[in-house]
Design a protein around this ligand. Structure first.
Ligand code: GDP
Ligand code: MG
Ligand code: ZN
Length: 298
C-alpha cells in the first residue's frame, strides 16, 4: 500500500512566470510550479508543496495581506504577507510624490505598516524633499534619512530595528537606490544597480525581478523583498471607503461630515474641505485623494 505523499509547507521567494522558488526550511530553495494555468502565486505566499522535481504548489494558504495595483488594463499583485513597506524616495531623480502617496494608500488599504526612506540624504537637494515629505510625516508616517551609497553601514544599523523579525518590502521609483540598499543589507546578493538594471529590465516581464531574501545577522524570520521600480500605480481595486480609510488625515475625520457618504468634493458641511481650507490638510494630499477618487469612480 502506498502512503499518500505528505505536503510540505514553504514560502515563495521568487516568481518567474509560472515557475517559482520556495523556501521550505532547507539549505537551498526548491523549484516548484503551479497546477494547470494558475499563475497568481507571488513572493511571500505561504504554500503547501507536493514533493517532486519540480515540486507542485498544491495550496496557497490564505494571505494576511497583499500589496497590489490595478488600472484599466491589468491588475498586479506585488507580494503577499508583508509586515512593513519601505517606501524609498530620493531627491534624484526628480521625486514623484504621487507614486509615493499611492504606495502608501495601497499599503494602508491592507493595513501594512509603512516607513518612508529618504535615501541619498547627502545630496544638497535633500532639504527640498524633506520639506515636501513633512505633510506625510504629520500624517503619522515615519521618515528615515539614509545614504545607502555614502554610508551603507549606518543605513543598515538605522534599518535594523525596523526589519528585525519581519517581512519587509522595498518599493519606489527607479533610481532611488532600492538595489543599493538591498546590497547593503544583503552582502553577497549583488542586486544589479543603476544603468545595468535598467538595461536588463527593458523588455522583460517585471515579475522576474521580485525576490525575497532572508536577512543575515538578524533574528530568524527577518526577510526583505527587493522589487523593480515602477512608473504607475493604479488603485482602481479600492472602494471609496477603503480609499478614505487609507489616508490617515481623512480616516481621522471619518463620519464627521454632514453626510455619512460624503465624498469630500462638493458636499455642504464637509469637514475635510474645511480642513483643507484651514491649512490642516495638505492641499497636495487632498489633490491626490481627488485624483484617485476620480479614477476609481470612472
Ligand atoms: N548619491 C547617492 N547615490 C546613490 C545612493 N544610493 C544609490 N545611489 C545611486 O543611485 C543610482 C540608482 O541606484 P539603484 O540602487 O540601482 O536604484 P533602484 O532603481 O531603486 O534599484 C545608482 O547609480 C546608485 O549608485 C545614495 O545614497 N547617494
Ligand atoms: Mg533596482
Ligand atoms: Zn466630507
Amino acid at each position: 500500500m502506498t502512503q499518500p505523499q505528505r505536503s510540505q509547507r514553504a514560502r515563495i521567494v521568487a516568481a518567474f512566470g509560472r515557475n517559482y522558488l520556495a523556501d521550505a526550511g532547507g539549505d537551498a530553495p526548491l523549484a516548484c510550479v503551479t497546477r494547470g494555468k494558475r499563475g497568481d502565486v507571488v513572493c511571500g505566499d505561504e504554500v503547501l508543496l507536493q514533493p517532486g522535481d519540480p515540486a507542485l504548489i498544491d495550496t496557497v494558504l490564505p494571505r494576511r495581506n497583499m500589496l497590489w495595483r490595478q488600472d484599466l488594463r491589468r491588475s498586479k499583485v506585488f507580494a503577499a504577507n508583508l509586515d512593513l513597506l519601505l517606501v524609498v524616495t530620493a531627491a534624484q531623480p526628480t521625486p514623484n510624490l504621487d507614486l509615493v502617496g499611492r504606495a502608501l494608500i495601497a499599503a494602508g488599504a491592507e493595513d501594512i505598516e509603512c516607513l518612508l526612506v529618504l535615501n541619498k540624504c547627502e545630496l544638497p537637494q535633500t532639504a527640498e524633499l524633506r520639506r515636501r515629505l513633512r505633510p506625510l510625516e504629520q500624517c503619522g508616517y515615519p521618515v528615515l534619512e539614509l545614504s545607502a551609497l555614502g554610508a551603507p553601514q549606518r543605513a543598515v544599523e538605522a534599518l535594523r530595528p525596523w526589519l528585525a523579525g519581519r517581512t519587509s518590502m522595498l518599493i519606489g521609483a527607479s533610481g532611488v537606490g532600492k538595489s543599493t540598499l538591498a546590497n547593503a543589507l544583503l552582502p553577497g546578493i549583488h542586486a544589479v544597480t543603476g544603468a545595468l538594471s535598467e538595461a536588463l529590465n527593458s523588455g522583460r516581464h517585471t515579475t522576474t525581478s521580485t525576490r525575497l531574501w532572508t536577512l543575515p545577522g538578524m533574528p530568524e524570520a527577518s526577510a526583505l523583498l527587493d522589487s523593480p521600480g515602477f512608473q504607475a500605480f493604479g488603485l482602481q481595486h479600492l472602494s471609496v471607503t477603503q480609499l478614505q480609510h487609507a489616508l490617515p488625515e481623512l480616516a481621522q475625520r471619518n463620519g464627521r461630515c454632514r453626510f455619512q457618504n460624503c465624498t469630500h468634493r462638493e458636499e455642504p458641511g464637509c469637514v475635510v474641505r474645511e480642513a483643507v481650507a484651514a491649512g490642516e490638510i495638505d492641499p497636495e494630499r487632498y489633490a491626490l485623494y481627488l485624483r484617485v477618487l476620480r479614477e476609481l469612480l470612472q
